[in-house]
Ligand binder design. Structure first.
Ligand code: WQD
Length: 339
């Protein structure tokens, strides 16, 4: 049984490949290396002792997707991470996002629909909820108008999968709606490698801690929250990776009731920006240089997951605390800067 992981050299993808291999599954990675480096394969092999198969393919080329599946007929499941994911960039380059995030999804689903039976895990996002009306957010919270083309590609992606599953009983799919992934593998062999100036909070914090960034700008402290800063659900990337393995096994073992299911993947706990900064200061023993600036356009006030469905149906629960996740992020940053 071979599992295809698209975008498997990326941050969440590489951590998921490690957990799949730990469960004894054979993995083949497709990555176009536009946002990840092939040397991530070394890190995976160092951790698990097994080097996954790897093919550098641009999934926007339909003929390449078709030839891959013809050569790997023993692929029984796909975990689809490959996508462009920078919210800001998606606003200025919408067509790049629709082509890459939607086009590639269609080609993979077309290939899987030809098989006797196929399992498909989709990397979705809590961005589909926009600013949800109630916290914590459940899976049946209404999907709101997307705030960016990136968020729209996740909404459209889920609809494409749902529509396809309705008429393709052989296709079994789960969409995992991530909250805010952070941290790195405890071996410090793989982790987050943002290109350029990090858009996300945690890598910006650790780079500021290393002196690579002068100062963290906190985007607003006048929100209607306890300390005035935005609240998110920060989940350790290894916990997130394990959720993919559990979801895939549910499909491989045909334990799913419906052939399309959706799960929130978070810790169920909300943390404010200032609480994340305090976590960094606790685990590093260093004061972080930051200042409060204006709000960032498009930010929502609060988003954290109701994880009951994943806990009860998948039998999965996030194990790591915010400090454990932050320590792994800090250990990784220190290692990367030494290399
Ligand atoms: C978190 C908080 C910022 C940077 C991201 C992706 C989204 C989804 C979830 C994939 C916010 C504040 C940030 C900084 C700051 N991922 N912040 N200074 O916006 O919740 O969403 O993760 O699907 O696509 O964009 O994450 O880390 O950017 O921001 O104050 O330099 O940190 O305002 O409140 P976000 P983030």
């Amino acid at each position: 049984m071979k599992i295809l992981v698209t975008g498997g050299l990326g941050f969440i993808g590489s951590h998921t490949v490690v957990e799949l291999q730990n469960e004894g599954l054979e993995v083949v990675i497709i990555d176009d290396c536009s946002n990840a480096d092939e040397k991530v394969l070394e890190g995976i092999q160092t951790i698990t002792g097994k080097r996954p198969l790897f093919e550098k393919i641009d999934l926007r080329d339909k003929s390449m997707v078709e030839s891959f599946f013809a050569r790997h007929q023993d692929v029984v499941g796909v975990i689809h991470f490959a996508a462009s994911k920078a919210v800001g960039e998606s606003v200025v380059k919408p067509l790049l996002y629709y082509e890459n995030n939607i086009g590639t999804l269609v080609y993979i689903l077309q290939a899987l629909s030809q098989k006797q039976r196929a399992s498909f895990i989709f990397s979705s996002s809590c961005t589909v909820y926009g600013q949800a009306d109630e916290m914590p957010i459940t899976e049946d919270a209404p999907v709101k108008a997307a705030e960016s083309p990136y968020g729209n590609t996740k909404q459209i992606g889920e609809e494409i999968i749902a529509d396809t599953c309705k008429v393709t009983p052989s296709l079994n799919a789960i969409a995992l709606r991530y909250f805010n992934p952070m941290g790195a593998h405890p071996s410090v062999e793989i982790g987050e490698l943002p290109i350029g100036v990090p858009q996300n909070l945690v890598p910006f914090i650790t780079q500021t801690g290393m002196g690579i960034r002068e100062q963290l700008a906190v985007f607003g402290d006048d929100y209607p929250t306890e300390d005035g800063t935005c609240i998110r659900d920060y989940i350790h990337v290894v916990d997130l990776a394990k959720a993919h393995v559990v979801a895939l096994q549910r499909l491989l073992q045909a334990k799913n009731e419906e052939n399309y299911e959706v799960f929130n993947v978070g810790t169920g706990k909300g943390s404010s920006v200032l609480e994340v900064i305090q976590s960094f200061e606790r685990v590093s023993g260093e004061k972080l240089n930051y200042k409060i600036v204006d709000r960032r356009v498009g930010d929502i006030v609060s988003a954290y997951a109701n994880t009951k469905k994943a806990n009860q149906v998948l039998g999965w629960k996030a194990e790591s605390t915010l400090d454990e996740a932050m320590k792994s992020a800090w250990d990784w940053e220190k290692k990367v800067r030494k290399a």
